[in-house]
Design a protein around this ligand. Structure first.
Ligand code: NAG
Ligand code: NAG
Ligand code: NAG
Length: 253
């Protein structure tokens, strides 16, 4: 009997220990940035002066999406905050590689206080504009622009070697109730509406890519695109069903 009681106590202690650790507050940098910047590699300072105290069991995160096309500045969508979900990891994705149109994302989830403290972008974003220019251009010209919201104008630009088509698309990027829209036009070698290369969840950011003018021909040419369109469509259906179920139970007695 005595031994049994002792084991019970030990078990309680083991269960209690993680709770004590989790009860400590974690502090993270907090901030959101959306903008178009010249020379983002050297000029962008991602440090946020704001601090967020996290709830139990959370991580810090810092996530950035960078997009550029030849001759334009860099579009930056960045966020730092506490995160309730995710596992400690760094994810770097090159969605579209230069020449011309380029898109990368970087996401860091970590568990130490203020560990989401990246300042500069020099090691993740060093697209060499000059290198593109010296490689020569093709006879192809594409309307080129990058803007938050919609492009006011899109001048026709000679495309660099190794590109063979024009891209035109919009990205809707959302995090919680923060929404931003980005319009992108430029030369590329990617086929179809695939600036994001099918990766639409970047850290806490959700990205929706639409290319109205090419959607029909894209589906015919590219099986991958069809699959993506279908899976997104299925996801939407699932989400609608879920909302219906949740809505139904919420409005019940
Ligand atoms: C964190 O956990 C502790 C212990 O479980 C609890 O007392 C406290 O209210 C929690 N705090 C928050 C912000 O959830
Ligand atoms: C970025 O800003 C922070 C605070 O504003 C500053 O301490 C830091 O030195 C800056 N970093 C660079 C590389 O300018
Ligand atoms: C770029 O492409 C053009 C036309 O195809 C070619 O004449 C030129 O040599 C290329 N330039 C370089 C640096 O490869």
């Amino acid at each position: 009997m005595g031994a049994c009681h002792f084991q019970g106590l030990l078990l309680l202690f083991l269960v209690g220990a993680p709770t004590l650790i989790m009860a400590q507050k974690l502090f993270c940098q907090k901030g959101t940035f959306m903008g178009i910047q010249e020379d983002a590699t050297n000029m962008f300072n991602w440090t946020s002066e704001k601090v967020e105290a996290c709830d139990n069991g959370t991580l810090c995160q810092e996530t950035i999406l960078l997009i550029k096309t030849a001759g334009t500045k860099t579009a930056i969508l960045a966020t730092k905050s506490c995160s309730l979900d995710g596992t400690p990891a760094i994810t770097f994705i090159q969605h579209t590689a230069a020449p011309s149109l380029a898109a990368i994302s970087y996401s860091n989830y970590c568990e130490d206080p203020f560990c989401n403290n990246r300042e500069g972008l020099y090691d993740i974003w060093n697209i060499q504009e000059t290198e593109e220019e010296t490689k020569g251009t093709t006879s192809l010209h594409c309307p080129t622009c990058l803007a938050l919201g919609s492009c006011l104008n899109a001048p026709s630009v000679a495309c660099p070697n190794n590109t063979d088509r024009c891209y035109q698309g919009k990205l809707q990027v959302s995090e919680g109730n923060v929404n931003s829209l980005l319009e992108i036009k430029g030369c590329t070698s990617i086929i179809g509406c695939k600036l994001m290369s099918g990766v639409f969840k970047i850290g806490p950011l959700w990205v929706k890519e639409t290319c109205p003018s090419m959607s029909i021909s894209t589906r015919k040419i590219d099986n991958g695109a069809t699959w993506l369109h279908t899976s997104v469509w299925k996801l939407k259906l699932l989400l609608m069903l879920l909302l219906l179920i949740l809505g139904g139970s919420a409005s019940g007695p």
